[in-house]
Design a binder for this molecule. Structure first.
Ligand SMILES: [Zn+2]
Length: 231
């Protein structure tokens, strides 16, 4: 799951600042960003096995090693914004990433390949179903966000909608188009550093685009805005 994670970052605040948005979007992808970053240091090599392939992302995606990342996210929020609320939100977003990956992603383990595997593992067994689940997940989350905006009389600009179409619409369409390659891992391979760099650039660009488009001025609707103001 890629686009679906970003959707969760739009949930916590109705009108977050650009800095909050960038922080929440980063937190929503922290396990993947940490994975790509640690690849450079050789600390999270992607071990794949022949046979029923398993992508081992022990440090960033297994259940128990995810817990320290929640603490990192919470402390980062406290450090950056001087209050705990953004930190708790960030920790929740990291937890949501882990949970959503179990629904639509590679299977992970409790703590290493000798422990209990977790998750549906649909990237291997049914990649199109995995992407379809991601599409439904993103649609439900975004539908909730859009409904909240409508109820509070918040009218989003064309730029905001263009960003949503690009990241969620085009993003998930691209995942559909490339779905069969998800489970097509080289046996005993590792993630090439060049691929980690490319993914890091892609994610950074997506975060930058969504931060910008989501923080375009929202127009309080003339009629309903008054009602929202009274509330
Ligand atoms: Zn992930």
């Amino acid at each position: 799951m890629i686009a679906g994670h970003y959707a969760t970052a739009l949930l916590p605040e109705r009108t977050p600042s650009a800095a909050q948005l960038a922080f929440f979007l980063t937190a929503s992808q922290l396990p993947d960003l940490a994975w790509f970053g640690l690849t450079f240091l050789g600390l999270e090599p992607v071990h794949t096995h022949a046979g029923p392939a398993h992508l081992e992302l022990i440090v960033t995606h297994d259940l128990l090693p995810t817990l320290p990342w929640l603490v990192v996210a919470a402390l980062a929020g406290r450090a950056v914004f001087g209050e705990w609320r953004p930190g708790w939100i960030a920790a929740a977003l990291v937890a949501a990433h882990a949970a959503a990956d179990l629904l639509s992603g590679y299977p992970h383990f409790v703590a290493g390949p000798d422990t209990q595997p977790l998750g549906l593992g649909l990237y291997y067994s049914a990649p199109y179903v995995a992407v379809a689940l991601e599409a439904v997940f993103a649609a439900v989350v975004l539908g909730w966000v859009v409904n909240r905006e409508r109820q509070s009389g918040l009218v989003r600009s064309g730029t905001t909608w263009a960003g949503r179409a690009l990241i969620f619409g085009f993003g998930i369409a691209t995942s559909f188009a490339t779905a069969p390659s998800l489970g097509d891992l080289p046996p005993n391979g590792t993630l090439p550093v060049s691929m980690a760099a490319g993914l890091l650039m892609l994610y950074s660009a997506q975060i930058a685009v969504l931060t910008w488009t989501e923080s375009r001025p929202a127009v309080e609707a003339q009629v309903t805005g008054t009602a929202a103001g009274v509330r």
